[in-house]
Design a protein around this ligand. Structure first.
Ligand SMILES: Cc1cc2nc3c(=O)[nH]c(=O)nc-3n(C[C@H](O)[C@H](O)[C@H](O)COP(=O)(O)OP(=O)(O)OC[C@H]3O[C@@H](n4cnc5c(N)ncnc54)[C@H](O)[C@@H]3O)c2cc1C
Ligand SMILES: NC(=O)c1ccc[n+]([C@@H]2O[C@H](COP(=O)([O-])OP(=O)(O)OC[C@H]3O[C@@H](n4cnc5c(N)ncnc54)[C@H](O)[C@@H]3O)[C@@H](O)[C@H]2O)c1
Length: 451
Protein backbone atom coordinates (compact mmCIF):
# COMPACT_ATOMS: atom_id res chain seq x y z
CA UNK A 1 0.00 0.00 0.00
CA UNK A 2 1.32 3.45 -0.96
CA UNK A 3 1.84 6.05 1.74
CA UNK A 4 1.06 9.77 1.56
CA UNK A 5 1.35 12.55 4.08
CA UNK A 6 -0.46 15.93 4.28
CA UNK A 7 -0.43 18.70 6.81
CA UNK A 8 -4.23 18.55 6.85
CA UNK A 9 -6.73 15.94 5.70
CA UNK A 10 -10.32 17.20 5.48
CA UNK A 11 -13.21 14.74 5.34
CA UNK A 12 -16.34 16.13 3.69
CA UNK A 13 -16.63 18.79 0.98
CA UNK A 14 -19.71 20.71 2.14
CA UNK A 15 -19.60 24.33 3.25
CA UNK A 16 -17.76 23.41 6.48
CA UNK A 17 -15.10 21.19 4.89
CA UNK A 18 -14.49 23.47 1.91
CA UNK A 19 -14.16 26.57 4.10
CA UNK A 20 -11.68 24.87 6.42
CA UNK A 21 -9.67 23.33 3.57
CA UNK A 22 -9.35 26.65 1.73
CA UNK A 23 -8.13 28.50 4.83
CA UNK A 24 -5.48 25.84 5.46
CA UNK A 25 -4.34 25.91 1.83
CA UNK A 26 -4.25 29.73 1.71
CA UNK A 27 -1.85 29.46 4.63
CA UNK A 28 0.45 27.21 2.59
CA UNK A 29 -0.37 23.95 4.31
CA UNK A 30 -0.54 20.82 2.17
CA UNK A 31 -4.21 19.85 2.11
CA UNK A 32 -6.28 16.89 0.92
CA UNK A 33 -10.07 16.62 0.97
CA UNK A 34 -12.22 13.54 0.51
CA UNK A 35 -15.88 12.99 -0.21
CA UNK A 36 -17.67 9.73 -0.78
CA UNK A 37 -20.47 11.42 -2.77
CA UNK A 38 -20.65 14.27 -5.28
CA UNK A 39 -18.47 17.18 -4.15
CA UNK A 40 -20.17 20.29 -2.76
CA UNK A 41 -22.18 18.99 0.20
CA UNK A 42 -25.81 18.93 1.23
CA UNK A 43 -26.88 22.56 0.95
CA UNK A 44 -25.78 23.12 -2.64
CA UNK A 45 -26.45 19.63 -4.02
CA UNK A 46 -29.50 18.30 -2.17
CA UNK A 47 -30.68 20.74 0.48
CA UNK A 48 -31.36 24.44 0.92
CA UNK A 49 -30.72 25.68 -2.61
CA UNK A 50 -32.63 23.01 -4.52
CA UNK A 51 -35.49 23.39 -2.07
CA UNK A 52 -35.69 27.18 -2.53
CA UNK A 53 -35.70 26.81 -6.31
CA UNK A 54 -38.66 24.42 -6.20
CA UNK A 55 -40.49 26.38 -3.52
CA UNK A 56 -40.68 29.55 -5.57
CA UNK A 57 -42.93 27.76 -8.06
CA UNK A 58 -45.39 26.51 -5.45
CA UNK A 59 -45.30 29.95 -3.81
CA UNK A 60 -46.14 31.63 -7.09
CA UNK A 61 -49.07 29.29 -7.52
CA UNK A 62 -50.16 29.93 -3.95
CA UNK A 63 -49.96 33.71 -4.43
CA UNK A 64 -52.01 33.42 -7.61
CA UNK A 65 -54.64 31.36 -5.79
CA UNK A 66 -54.85 34.04 -3.08
CA UNK A 67 -55.52 36.68 -5.71
CA UNK A 68 -57.77 34.55 -7.88
CA UNK A 69 -60.93 36.52 -8.58
CA UNK A 70 -59.24 39.70 -7.36
CA UNK A 71 -57.52 40.32 -10.65
CA UNK A 72 -56.07 36.92 -11.44
CA UNK A 73 -58.33 35.24 -13.99
CA UNK A 74 -56.50 32.03 -14.68
CA UNK A 75 -54.11 30.16 -12.40
CA UNK A 76 -50.66 29.45 -13.82
CA UNK A 77 -50.04 25.83 -14.82
CA UNK A 78 -46.86 24.14 -13.74
CA UNK A 79 -44.63 22.09 -16.02
CA UNK A 80 -42.87 20.04 -13.33
CA UNK A 81 -40.45 18.50 -15.81
CA UNK A 82 -39.22 21.97 -16.73
CA UNK A 83 -39.13 23.04 -13.09
CA UNK A 84 -36.85 20.09 -12.35
CA UNK A 85 -34.71 20.87 -15.38
CA UNK A 86 -34.29 24.42 -14.08
CA UNK A 87 -33.36 23.11 -10.61
CA UNK A 88 -30.80 20.72 -12.06
CA UNK A 89 -29.23 23.59 -14.00
CA UNK A 90 -28.12 24.85 -10.56
CA UNK A 91 -27.21 21.56 -8.87
CA UNK A 92 -25.56 19.68 -11.77
CA UNK A 93 -22.60 22.06 -12.12
CA UNK A 94 -21.90 22.08 -8.36
CA UNK A 95 -19.75 18.91 -8.12
CA UNK A 96 -17.47 19.57 -11.14
CA UNK A 97 -17.11 23.27 -10.28
CA UNK A 98 -16.33 22.48 -6.64
CA UNK A 99 -13.71 19.94 -7.62
CA UNK A 100 -12.09 22.31 -10.13
CA UNK A 101 -12.04 25.13 -7.63
CA UNK A 102 -10.37 22.97 -4.97
CA UNK A 103 -7.85 21.56 -7.47
CA UNK A 104 -6.99 25.06 -8.69
CA UNK A 105 -6.09 25.93 -5.11
CA UNK A 106 -3.69 22.99 -5.01
CA UNK A 107 -5.84 20.78 -2.79
CA UNK A 108 -5.64 17.00 -3.43
CA UNK A 109 -8.96 15.24 -3.90
CA UNK A 110 -10.10 11.78 -2.81
CA UNK A 111 -13.40 10.21 -3.79
CA UNK A 112 -13.95 7.67 -1.07
CA UNK A 113 -14.69 7.48 2.61
CA UNK A 114 -11.45 7.27 4.57
CA UNK A 115 -11.28 4.85 7.49
CA UNK A 116 -9.11 5.68 10.48
CA UNK A 117 -6.58 2.95 11.12
CA UNK A 118 -4.65 4.78 13.85
CA UNK A 119 -4.60 8.14 15.59
CA UNK A 120 -2.91 9.87 12.64
CA UNK A 121 -3.59 7.60 9.64
CA UNK A 122 -6.51 6.79 7.41
CA UNK A 123 -6.87 4.26 4.65
CA UNK A 124 -8.39 5.71 1.49
CA UNK A 125 -8.33 4.72 -2.19
CA UNK A 126 -5.87 1.94 -1.44
CA UNK A 127 -3.40 4.28 0.26
CA UNK A 128 -2.38 4.84 3.83
CA UNK A 129 -2.59 8.58 4.33
CA UNK A 130 -1.17 10.25 7.40
CA UNK A 131 -1.75 13.86 8.43
CA UNK A 132 -0.73 16.24 11.18
CA UNK A 133 -4.36 17.29 11.52
CA UNK A 134 -7.70 15.86 10.43
CA UNK A 135 -10.84 17.96 10.01
CA UNK A 136 -14.07 15.99 10.10
CA UNK A 137 -16.83 17.80 8.21
CA UNK A 138 -19.06 14.94 7.10
CA UNK A 139 -22.40 16.59 7.94
CA UNK A 140 -25.62 14.83 8.87
CA UNK A 141 -27.61 12.07 7.21
CA UNK A 142 -31.23 10.98 7.74
CA UNK A 143 -31.67 9.00 10.94
CA UNK A 144 -32.57 5.43 10.00
CA UNK A 145 -35.87 4.29 11.45
CA UNK A 146 -35.67 0.78 12.77
CA UNK A 147 -39.11 -0.37 11.64
CA UNK A 148 -40.47 -3.16 9.50
CA UNK A 149 -40.47 -2.08 5.85
CA UNK A 150 -37.88 0.68 6.34
CA UNK A 151 -36.54 -0.15 2.85
CA UNK A 152 -39.67 1.48 1.39
CA UNK A 153 -38.97 4.83 3.01
CA UNK A 154 -37.64 7.70 0.93
CA UNK A 155 -35.71 10.73 2.23
CA UNK A 156 -35.54 14.49 1.58
CA UNK A 157 -33.33 14.24 -1.50
CA UNK A 158 -35.88 11.94 -3.16
CA UNK A 159 -38.51 14.63 -2.64
CA UNK A 160 -36.25 17.24 -4.25
CA UNK A 161 -35.80 14.90 -7.19
CA UNK A 162 -39.48 13.95 -7.71
CA UNK A 163 -40.20 13.21 -11.37
CA UNK A 164 -43.86 14.09 -10.86
CA UNK A 165 -46.07 15.35 -8.06
CA UNK A 166 -47.43 12.24 -6.33
CA UNK A 167 -51.13 11.85 -5.61
CA UNK A 168 -50.40 11.45 -1.92
CA UNK A 169 -47.44 11.49 0.45
CA UNK A 170 -46.78 10.82 4.13
CA UNK A 171 -44.00 12.41 6.14
CA UNK A 172 -42.76 10.73 9.31
CA UNK A 173 -41.81 13.57 11.66
CA UNK A 174 -42.79 17.22 11.44
CA UNK A 175 -39.57 19.19 11.73
CA UNK A 176 -38.17 21.73 9.29
CA UNK A 177 -37.93 19.37 6.31
CA UNK A 178 -41.39 17.82 6.52
CA UNK A 179 -43.16 21.13 7.15
CA UNK A 180 -41.47 22.84 4.19
CA UNK A 181 -42.13 20.00 1.75
CA UNK A 182 -45.68 19.55 3.07
CA UNK A 183 -46.56 23.16 2.17
CA UNK A 184 -44.97 22.88 -1.25
CA UNK A 185 -46.63 19.60 -2.17
CA UNK A 186 -50.05 20.46 -0.73
CA UNK A 187 -50.06 23.64 -2.82
CA UNK A 188 -49.19 21.55 -5.87
CA UNK A 189 -52.22 19.32 -5.32
CA UNK A 190 -50.75 16.39 -3.40
CA UNK A 191 -52.61 14.94 -0.39
CA UNK A 192 -50.15 15.37 2.47
CA UNK A 193 -50.19 13.59 5.82
CA UNK A 194 -47.71 14.20 8.62
CA UNK A 195 -47.27 11.59 11.35
CA UNK A 196 -45.41 13.03 14.34
CA UNK A 197 -44.32 11.26 17.52
CA UNK A 198 -44.48 14.43 19.62
CA UNK A 199 -47.66 16.36 20.54
CA UNK A 200 -46.78 19.25 18.22
CA UNK A 201 -44.74 20.25 15.19
CA UNK A 202 -41.51 22.25 15.31
CA UNK A 203 -41.26 21.86 19.06
CA UNK A 204 -38.37 24.35 19.34
CA UNK A 205 -40.30 27.17 17.70
CA UNK A 206 -42.77 29.64 19.23
CA UNK A 207 -45.89 27.55 19.74
CA UNK A 208 -48.34 30.47 19.43
CA UNK A 209 -47.07 30.82 15.86
CA UNK A 210 -46.70 27.09 15.20
CA UNK A 211 -50.38 26.59 16.05
CA UNK A 212 -51.35 29.28 13.57
CA UNK A 213 -49.06 27.73 10.98
CA UNK A 214 -50.58 24.28 11.47
CA UNK A 215 -54.10 25.69 11.16
CA UNK A 216 -53.04 27.33 7.92
CA UNK A 217 -51.48 24.10 6.66
CA UNK A 218 -54.68 22.23 7.46
CA UNK A 219 -56.50 24.75 5.28
CA UNK A 220 -53.98 23.93 2.54
CA UNK A 221 -55.05 20.30 2.95
CA UNK A 222 -52.31 18.90 5.20
CA UNK A 223 -53.45 16.30 7.73
CA UNK A 224 -51.55 16.07 11.04
CA UNK A 225 -51.45 12.97 13.23
CA UNK A 226 -49.72 13.58 16.59
CA UNK A 227 -48.50 11.37 19.43
CA UNK A 228 -48.11 8.60 16.89
CA UNK A 229 -45.31 6.06 16.67
CA UNK A 230 -44.81 4.58 13.23
CA UNK A 231 -44.32 0.82 13.55
CA UNK A 232 -44.29 -0.56 9.99
CA UNK A 233 -44.50 0.25 6.30
CA UNK A 234 -45.91 -2.30 3.86
CA UNK A 235 -45.94 -2.23 0.08
CA UNK A 236 -49.36 -2.54 -1.55
CA UNK A 237 -50.09 -2.53 -5.27
CA UNK A 238 -50.00 1.24 -5.78
CA UNK A 239 -49.57 2.59 -2.29
CA UNK A 240 -47.54 2.12 0.83
CA UNK A 241 -49.39 1.40 4.05
CA UNK A 242 -48.02 2.98 7.21
CA UNK A 243 -49.00 1.46 10.54
CA UNK A 244 -48.70 3.59 13.65
CA UNK A 245 -49.55 3.31 17.31
CA UNK A 246 -51.73 6.10 18.69
CA UNK A 247 -53.59 6.13 22.03
CA UNK A 248 -52.86 2.43 22.46
CA UNK A 249 -54.45 1.53 19.11
CA UNK A 250 -52.83 0.60 15.83
CA UNK A 251 -54.04 2.69 12.92
CA UNK A 252 -53.01 2.67 9.28
CA UNK A 253 -52.70 5.23 6.53
CA UNK A 254 -52.09 4.74 2.80
CA UNK A 255 -50.19 7.00 0.44
CA UNK A 256 -48.08 6.74 -2.71
CA UNK A 257 -44.84 7.70 -0.94
CA UNK A 258 -43.60 7.72 2.64
CA UNK A 259 -40.73 10.00 3.58
CA UNK A 260 -38.46 9.64 6.57
CA UNK A 261 -38.14 13.18 7.93
CA UNK A 262 -37.65 12.10 11.52
CA UNK A 263 -34.40 13.99 12.04
CA UNK A 264 -30.78 13.74 10.95
CA UNK A 265 -27.71 12.33 12.68
CA UNK A 266 -23.95 12.83 12.35
CA UNK A 267 -22.42 10.94 9.41
CA UNK A 268 -19.58 9.22 11.24
CA UNK A 269 -20.18 5.49 10.95
CA UNK A 270 -17.92 4.85 7.94
CA UNK A 271 -14.97 6.72 9.46
CA UNK A 272 -14.20 4.14 12.17
CA UNK A 273 -13.39 6.95 14.58
CA UNK A 274 -12.94 4.43 17.39
CA UNK A 275 -9.57 3.50 15.81
CA UNK A 276 -8.39 7.08 16.36
CA UNK A 277 -9.95 7.46 19.80
CA UNK A 278 -12.29 10.26 18.65
CA UNK A 279 -15.30 10.49 20.94
CA UNK A 280 -18.80 10.78 19.49
CA UNK A 281 -22.06 11.41 21.35
CA UNK A 282 -25.68 11.52 20.17
CA UNK A 283 -25.15 15.00 18.67
CA UNK A 284 -21.93 14.22 16.82
CA UNK A 285 -18.17 14.47 17.32
CA UNK A 286 -17.54 15.80 20.83
CA UNK A 287 -15.58 19.05 20.48
CA UNK A 288 -14.36 21.87 22.72
CA UNK A 289 -14.85 25.59 21.98
CA UNK A 290 -11.93 25.44 19.48
CA UNK A 291 -13.84 22.69 17.67
CA UNK A 292 -11.09 20.23 18.60
CA UNK A 293 -12.06 16.67 19.41
CA UNK A 294 -12.06 16.53 23.21
CA UNK A 295 -10.45 13.10 23.13
CA UNK A 296 -7.95 13.72 20.27
CA UNK A 297 -6.85 17.39 19.87
CA UNK A 298 -5.21 16.82 16.46
CA UNK A 299 -8.66 16.10 15.08
CA UNK A 300 -11.17 18.91 14.55
CA UNK A 301 -14.87 18.61 13.68
CA UNK A 302 -16.97 21.37 12.18
CA UNK A 303 -20.43 21.89 10.70
CA UNK A 304 -23.41 19.61 11.22
CA UNK A 305 -21.21 16.70 12.32
CA UNK A 306 -19.82 18.49 15.38
CA UNK A 307 -21.80 18.22 18.59
CA UNK A 308 -21.77 22.03 18.92
CA UNK A 309 -23.67 22.72 15.71
CA UNK A 310 -27.20 23.74 14.88
CA UNK A 311 -27.69 22.16 11.48
CA UNK A 312 -27.84 25.37 9.47
CA UNK A 313 -25.65 26.38 6.54
CA UNK A 314 -24.36 29.72 7.92
CA UNK A 315 -23.28 28.02 11.14
CA UNK A 316 -21.51 25.22 9.30
CA UNK A 317 -19.60 27.84 7.31
CA UNK A 318 -18.68 29.67 10.52
CA UNK A 319 -17.48 26.45 12.15
CA UNK A 320 -15.39 25.60 9.06
CA UNK A 321 -13.78 29.02 9.34
CA UNK A 322 -13.01 28.52 13.03
CA UNK A 323 -11.64 24.98 12.62
CA UNK A 324 -9.49 26.01 9.62
CA UNK A 325 -8.00 28.95 11.51
CA UNK A 326 -7.30 26.86 14.60
CA UNK A 327 -5.44 24.29 12.50
CA UNK A 328 -3.33 27.06 10.96
CA UNK A 329 -2.62 28.56 14.39
CA UNK A 330 -3.70 26.63 17.43
CA UNK A 331 -6.42 28.06 19.66
CA UNK A 332 -6.90 31.34 17.80
CA UNK A 333 -10.69 31.24 17.47
CA UNK A 334 -13.50 29.93 19.64
CA UNK A 335 -17.05 29.03 18.72
CA UNK A 336 -19.68 30.80 20.80
CA UNK A 337 -23.18 30.18 19.49
CA UNK A 338 -23.96 33.51 17.87
CA UNK A 339 -27.35 35.14 17.40
CA UNK A 340 -28.66 32.81 14.67
CA UNK A 341 -31.78 33.62 12.67
CA UNK A 342 -33.50 30.70 10.99
CA UNK A 343 -36.54 30.22 8.80
CA UNK A 344 -38.81 27.30 8.20
CA UNK A 345 -39.77 27.96 4.58
CA UNK A 346 -43.41 27.08 5.03
CA UNK A 347 -46.52 28.89 3.80
CA UNK A 348 -46.21 31.43 5.33
CA UNK A 349 -42.57 31.46 6.53
CA UNK A 350 -41.88 30.91 10.21
CA UNK A 351 -38.75 32.84 11.17
CA UNK A 352 -37.04 33.14 14.46
CA UNK A 353 -34.04 34.82 16.08
CA UNK A 354 -32.82 35.15 19.65
CA UNK A 355 -34.51 33.62 22.66
CA UNK A 356 -37.81 31.80 22.75
CA UNK A 357 -40.34 32.81 25.42
CA UNK A 358 -39.39 30.13 27.94
CA UNK A 359 -35.65 30.66 27.50
CA UNK A 360 -36.05 34.43 27.83
CA UNK A 361 -38.17 34.06 30.98
CA UNK A 362 -35.56 31.74 32.49
CA UNK A 363 -32.75 34.16 31.67
CA UNK A 364 -34.23 37.55 32.56
CA UNK A 365 -36.30 38.63 35.56
CA UNK A 366 -39.01 40.45 33.64
CA UNK A 367 -39.85 39.83 30.03
CA UNK A 368 -42.33 41.87 28.06
CA UNK A 369 -44.08 39.68 25.50
CA UNK A 370 -45.53 41.43 22.48
CA UNK A 371 -47.68 38.81 20.82
CA UNK A 372 -50.52 39.06 18.39
CA UNK A 373 -52.36 38.28 15.22
CA UNK A 374 -51.71 40.77 12.44
CA UNK A 375 -53.83 39.12 9.76
CA UNK A 376 -56.07 42.21 9.57
CA UNK A 377 -53.12 44.56 8.99
CA UNK A 378 -52.53 46.15 5.60
CA UNK A 379 -49.62 43.90 4.58
CA UNK A 380 -51.59 40.68 4.94
CA UNK A 381 -54.84 42.14 3.59
CA UNK A 382 -53.25 43.49 0.43
CA UNK A 383 -52.11 39.93 -0.36
CA UNK A 384 -55.45 38.43 0.71
CA UNK A 385 -53.37 36.38 3.16
CA UNK A 386 -55.17 35.12 6.25
CA UNK A 387 -52.10 34.26 8.35
CA UNK A 388 -49.73 36.83 9.85
CA UNK A 389 -48.62 36.85 13.48
CA UNK A 390 -45.74 37.66 15.81
CA UNK A 391 -44.11 37.14 19.19
CA UNK A 392 -41.44 39.64 20.23
CA UNK A 393 -39.59 39.42 23.53
CA UNK A 394 -38.07 42.38 25.33
CA UNK A 395 -36.01 42.50 28.51
CA UNK A 396 -38.13 44.96 30.54
CA UNK A 397 -35.23 46.16 32.68
CA UNK A 398 -33.03 47.25 29.77
CA UNK A 399 -35.68 47.63 27.02
CA UNK A 400 -33.48 45.38 24.83
CA UNK A 401 -35.08 43.16 22.21
CA UNK A 402 -34.01 39.59 23.02
CA UNK A 403 -36.16 37.43 20.74
CA UNK A 404 -38.31 37.80 17.65
CA UNK A 405 -40.56 35.23 15.99
CA UNK A 406 -42.53 36.12 12.88
CA UNK A 407 -45.05 34.20 10.80
CA UNK A 408 -45.48 36.02 7.49
CA UNK A 409 -45.17 35.50 3.77
CA UNK A 410 -41.71 37.06 3.65
CA UNK A 411 -40.40 36.63 7.20
CA UNK A 412 -37.30 34.86 5.86
CA UNK A 413 -36.03 38.27 4.75
CA UNK A 414 -37.40 40.66 7.36
CA UNK A 415 -36.19 38.55 10.32
CA UNK A 416 -32.67 39.69 9.41
CA UNK A 417 -33.59 43.17 10.65
CA UNK A 418 -34.35 41.69 14.07
CA UNK A 419 -31.11 39.65 13.85
CA UNK A 420 -29.22 42.92 13.38
CA UNK A 421 -31.13 44.57 16.23
CA UNK A 422 -30.53 41.71 18.67
CA UNK A 423 -26.88 41.33 17.66
CA UNK A 424 -26.38 45.04 18.36
CA UNK A 425 -28.38 44.86 21.62
CA UNK A 426 -30.85 47.46 20.37
CA UNK A 427 -33.59 48.71 22.65
CA UNK A 428 -37.19 49.07 21.52
CA UNK A 429 -36.73 52.83 21.71
CA UNK A 430 -33.69 52.73 19.42
CA UNK A 431 -35.47 50.36 17.03
CA UNK A 432 -38.42 52.72 16.82
CA UNK A 433 -36.09 55.65 16.10
CA UNK A 434 -35.04 53.94 12.87
CA UNK A 435 -36.73 54.91 9.62
CA UNK A 436 -37.78 51.96 7.48
CA UNK A 437 -39.30 51.89 4.01
CA UNK A 438 -43.07 52.13 3.68
CA UNK A 439 -45.06 50.09 2.93
CA UNK A 440 -43.00 47.14 4.11
CA UNK A 441 -43.23 44.26 6.53
CA UNK A 442 -40.30 45.66 8.51
CA UNK A 443 -42.12 48.86 9.37
CA UNK A 444 -44.84 46.70 10.95
CA UNK A 445 -42.28 45.56 13.55
CA UNK A 446 -42.51 48.96 15.20
CA UNK A 447 -46.29 48.65 15.52
CA UNK A 448 -45.93 45.12 16.90
CA UNK A 449 -44.03 46.53 19.87
CA UNK A 450 -46.93 48.73 21.08
CA UNK A 451 -48.78 47.99 24.30
C1 LIG B 1 -33.59 19.18 2.64
C2 LIG B 1 -32.73 20.12 3.44
C3 LIG B 1 -32.99 21.46 3.43
C4 LIG B 1 -32.20 22.33 4.16
N1 LIG B 1 -32.50 23.65 4.14
C5 LIG B 1 -31.74 24.52 4.82
C6 LIG B 1 -32.01 25.92 4.76
O1 LIG B 1 -32.94 26.36 4.09
N2 LIG B 1 -31.20 26.75 5.44
C7 LIG B 1 -30.15 26.30 6.20
O2 LIG B 1 -29.44 27.11 6.80
N3 LIG B 1 -29.89 24.97 6.29
C8 LIG B 1 -30.66 24.08 5.61
N4 LIG B 1 -30.37 22.76 5.67
C9 LIG B 1 -29.22 22.31 6.49
C10 LIG B 1 -27.91 22.54 5.72
O3 LIG B 1 -28.01 21.91 4.47
C11 LIG B 1 -26.74 21.96 6.51
O4 LIG B 1 -26.70 22.54 7.79
C12 LIG B 1 -25.40 22.21 5.82
O5 LIG B 1 -25.43 21.82 4.48
C13 LIG B 1 -24.30 21.45 6.55
O6 LIG B 1 -23.05 21.70 5.96
P1 LIG B 1 -21.82 20.78 6.36
O7 LIG B 1 -20.67 21.24 5.54
O8 LIG B 1 -21.67 20.72 7.80
O9 LIG B 1 -22.24 19.31 5.89
P2 LIG B 1 -22.67 18.78 4.45
O10 LIG B 1 -23.01 19.86 3.52
O11 LIG B 1 -23.67 17.71 4.71
O12 LIG B 1 -21.31 18.14 3.89
C14 LIG B 1 -20.81 16.93 4.36
C15 LIG B 1 -20.10 16.24 3.22
O13 LIG B 1 -19.42 15.11 3.76
C16 LIG B 1 -19.59 14.01 2.90
N5 LIG B 1 -19.40 12.77 3.67
C17 LIG B 1 -20.26 12.19 4.54
N6 LIG B 1 -19.72 11.07 5.04
C18 LIG B 1 -18.50 10.95 4.47
C19 LIG B 1 -17.47 9.98 4.58
N7 LIG B 1 -17.58 8.92 5.38
N8 LIG B 1 -16.36 10.17 3.84
C20 LIG B 1 -16.21 11.23 3.00
N9 LIG B 1 -17.18 12.17 2.88
C21 LIG B 1 -18.29 12.02 3.60
C22 LIG B 1 -20.98 14.19 2.33
O14 LIG B 1 -21.11 13.49 1.10
C23 LIG B 1 -21.05 15.70 2.15
O15 LIG B 1 -20.63 16.10 0.88
C24 LIG B 1 -31.13 21.85 4.94
C25 LIG B 1 -30.86 20.47 4.95
C26 LIG B 1 -31.64 19.63 4.21
C27 LIG B 1 -31.33 18.15 4.24
N1 LIG C 1 -34.96 26.01 6.64
C1 LIG C 1 -33.92 25.48 7.28
O1 LIG C 1 -33.09 26.18 7.84
C2 LIG C 1 -33.77 24.00 7.33
C3 LIG C 1 -34.51 23.21 6.48
C4 LIG C 1 -34.36 21.84 6.54
C5 LIG C 1 -33.48 21.29 7.46
N2 LIG C 1 -32.77 22.08 8.27
C6 LIG C 1 -31.88 21.49 9.31
O2 LIG C 1 -31.88 20.08 9.21
C7 LIG C 1 -32.24 19.52 10.46
C8 LIG C 1 -32.98 18.23 10.24
O3 LIG C 1 -34.30 18.49 9.81
P1 LIG C 1 -35.46 17.42 10.03
O4 LIG C 1 -36.74 18.06 9.62
O5 LIG C 1 -35.06 16.11 9.44
O6 LIG C 1 -35.40 17.14 11.56
P2 LIG C 1 -35.99 17.90 12.84
O7 LIG C 1 -35.10 17.46 13.92
O8 LIG C 1 -36.21 19.33 12.59
O9 LIG C 1 -37.44 17.22 13.01
C9 LIG C 1 -37.63 15.86 13.19
C10 LIG C 1 -39.05 15.62 13.71
O10 LIG C 1 -39.30 14.22 13.64
C11 LIG C 1 -39.95 13.82 14.84
N3 LIG C 1 -39.68 12.38 15.02
C12 LIG C 1 -38.53 11.79 15.39
N4 LIG C 1 -38.66 10.45 15.39
C13 LIG C 1 -39.92 10.17 14.99
C14 LIG C 1 -40.65 8.98 14.78
N5 LIG C 1 -40.11 7.80 14.98
N6 LIG C 1 -41.93 9.07 14.37
C15 LIG C 1 -42.51 10.28 14.15
N7 LIG C 1 -41.87 11.46 14.34
C16 LIG C 1 -40.58 11.41 14.75
C17 LIG C 1 -39.36 14.72 15.90
O11 LIG C 1 -40.21 14.78 17.04
C18 LIG C 1 -39.26 16.05 15.14
O12 LIG C 1 -40.46 16.77 15.22
C19 LIG C 1 -33.05 20.59 11.17
O13 LIG C 1 -33.01 20.46 12.56
C20 LIG C 1 -32.41 21.86 10.68
O14 LIG C 1 -31.36 22.22 11.54
C21 LIG C 1 -32.90 23.43 8.24
Amino acid sequence: MKNKHYDVFVIGSGIAGQTAAKICRENNLSVAISDNREFGGTCANRGCDSKKILLQFSELLYQSKRLEGLGIKKLPKLNWKKVQKFRRSFSNPIPPNTEQNLKDLGISLYHQSPKFISKNEVEVEGKVVSADHFIIATGNIPRELDIEGKEFLKVSEDVLDLKKIPKSITFIGSGYIAMEFACMLATLGCQVTIIERDKTSLANFDQFLVNKLMTKMERLGVKFIFNADVTAVKELKKNLKVSYAVNGNTETHKSRLVINTAGRVAAVKALQLENAGVEVDKDGVVVNDYLQSKSHPKVYACGDVSNKSLALTPLSGLQGYIAGNNVVKEKTKTFDVPCVPSTVFTTPNLSSVGYGEEEAKARYKNIKVYQGDASDWFNAKKENEDTYAYTILVNERTDEIVGAHILSSEANESINVFATAIYNKMTVKEFKNMIFTYPSYVIDFKSMMEN
